[in-house]
Ligand binder design. Structure first.
Ligand code: G4P
Length: 527
């Protein structure tokens, strides 16, 4: 197989949603279509739970939350699909943000009863930063939901993206009759079932009486009126607008009833982008380039409770990855041999001999790799666009066992490298403050420091609103700022300067008083 054809047949994407909208259910149905699992229920009942039992942290088991972001690869109609799962729990949002740096597109699941929820809004912001193409699946049409036109308006307003329905529901809830594909001009009639896949009925003319026979006169009349309205209000679907991240095509269905899912998948493989070029510090790298390159977007610890090993997830961006080769670790300026690469298929992990752009491989790591690291065949450039975002909760770490200071240092460093949280060290007093997106991480950190590193810590809440990375074109002004705000200056894990703002109003005032200082809310910025 050659590189261009391998690239053309790959689709790497993530499913995002507010918890409970149906992400797991949709994932499972997609895997069923790919023949990757045999029966419904497998994803939830065996995959995630079994992984939780054997692989992940004890704490996850206790709480029943899927902390893991796993990768599922499967083939569907000659297309190799790499589905990157994201944790639903909002406390692990940072994990989801990073996973989104490794995908080429996103499917967003929205519950038709609840509409656009908070978590979805946040995730959409991350997609917008990278202009990631988004496809919407409005789920649970078998329930009495909101009016479909209202849902579309809500998506446009809250998610700040234009939409274009490609299918349209015929009624909802108890009287739900099915969807009409505006794209294929086909009618898909709904029968509640968890196993069968509906076959579409072709309707060349929705004005024909055939439609009335199939869905009833009232529904037929409503559908005709709706379709006329849609064609009048929304411009023709333009795939390039979707690929540019400006328009989200919208589908309606019911994941649990396996309804609308095949249509979604068939359209997805047709329009979703194959692996895309990516920016590095020196230049844009194209997937077709013959030399391998990739970056680490996730690190899992405790794959095996008996050994303290970690697995690093690499997104392949260009060329061909071959097991056993040496690749260049740009940050450490050294060559590493990759003899134990793992591919992620839906149910198993298997040793991989080769992998292509868009694929994700897992590498057992003994502490060489960090999130954001780039691997190449020797070129000294690093992938950009894997920033840290300002955390939302900040707590100082207090060491409760002076005998274990070394272990604590090591444990903290390793947990931060895995991306569990961010560590900021204040210039004054070298105080260590951990920042997270959610409260749960503090318990995770405390638990893991204790069980894996025998270190005991306590967390003390801090009055900090945001961590702002700072820069200035004027070194003297920057120094003046640092001097005048000493108590609030810290360094991130790479030693970058960070201003710890106490409140929104105060930050605004400081920004007004120091116009020559730039304040950034992510760690990556153009200076
Ligand atoms: P998540 O991963 O986004 O958190 O959502 P998940 O798939 O777990 O779905 C949340 C709940 O919504 C589940 O019910 C699931 O069965 C249900 N669901 C998913 N799709 C549909 C749909 O199209 N229609 C209806 N009516 N329900 C749907 P649960 O009671 O929490 O779990 P379970 O016992 O059914 O597995």
């Amino acid at each position: 197989m050659n590189l261009p054809s391998e690239i053309a047949r790959r689709r790497t994407f993530g499913i995002i949603s507010h918890p409970d909208a149906g992400k797991t259910t949709l994932t499972e149905k997609l895997l069923l279509f790919g023949g990757a699992i045999q029966k419904a229920g497998a994803v939830k009942s065996s995959k995630i739970k079994e992984h939780a039992r054997s692989d992940w942290m004890e704490i996850e088991k206790q709480r029943g939350i899927s902390v893991a972001t796993s990768v599922m690869g499967f083939n569907y109609k000659d297309i190799k699909i790499n589905l990157l799962d994201t944790p639903g729990h909002q406390d692990f949002a940072e994990d989801t943000y990073r996973t989104l740096t490794a995908v080429d597109s996103v499917i967003m699941v929205i519950d038709c009863v609840k509409g656009v929820e908070m978590q979805t809004e946040k995730l959409m912001e991350v997609c917008r930063m990278r202009s990631t193409p988004v496809l919407c699946f409005i789920n649970k049409l078998d329930r009495e939901g909101q009016d479909p036109f209202d849902l579309l308006d809500e998506i446009e307003q809250k998610l700040d993206i234009k939409v274009r329905p490609l299918s349209w529901p015929i009624s909802m809830g108890k009287t739900f009759r099915g969807v009409y594909s505006l794209y294929e001009k086909k009618l898909h009639l709904f029968t509640p079932s968890k196993t069968t896949v509906e076959e579409g009925v072709e309707i060349t003319d929705i004005n024909s009486t055939e439609l009335d026979h199939l869905v009833g006169e009232n529904n037929a009349a409503k559908l005709r009126a709706d379709v006329e309205l849609i064609e009048g209000v929304y411009p023709e679907f333009d795939v390039n607008e979707y690929l540019a991240g400006r328009v989200a095509p919208v589908f309606f269905g019911s994941a649990v009833n396996n309804f609308g899912v095949k249509e979604l998948l068939d359209t997805f493989i047709r329009i979703a982008p194959p692996p895309q070029p990516r920016a590095t510090s020196l230049r844009v790298v194209h997937p077709e380039e013959s030399k391998f390159s990739g970056f680490i977007f996730k690190i899992h610890a405790n794959m095996d409770p008996k050994h303290r090993n970690r697995i690093a997830f690499i997104r392949i961006c260009s060329g061909k990855f071959e097991r056993g080769n040496n690749y260049y670790h740009v940050r450490q300026e050294k060559s590493l041999r990759f003899s134990n690469a793992t591919a992620f298929m839906a149910q198993d992990r298997e040793t991989v001999e080769e992998a292509w752009p868009g694929d994700i491989v897992g590498i057992y790591d003994t502490g060489n790799l960090k999130i954001g690291d780039t691997l190449t065949e020797g070129e000294k450039t690093v992938y950009t666009g894997i920033p840290s975002f300002s955390p939302e909760i900040f707590k100082e770490v207090l060491n409760k066992d002076a005998m274990k200071t070394k272990q604590l240092e090591k444990g903290l460093q390793q947990l931060m490298e895995e991306g569990v949280a961010q560590l900021f060290t204040f210039d004054i007093g070298k105080r260590k403050v951990v920042g997270t997106v959610g409260a749960l991480q503090f318990e995770v950190i405390q638990f893991r420091l204790k069980h894996e590193y025998s270190a005991t810590v306590e967390f003390v809440p801090q009055n900090i609103y945001k961590a702002c990375w700072i820069s200035s074109n004027n070194p003297q002004k920057l120094q003046e700022f640092i001097d005048s705000k000493q108590r609030h200056i810290a360094r991130d894990k790479e030693g970058k300067l960070v201003f710890m703002a106490e409140s929104k109003a105060w930050l605004q005032m400081v920004q007004d008083n120091f116009p020559e200082i730039q304040f950034h809310f992510t760690s990556e910025f153009k200076s």
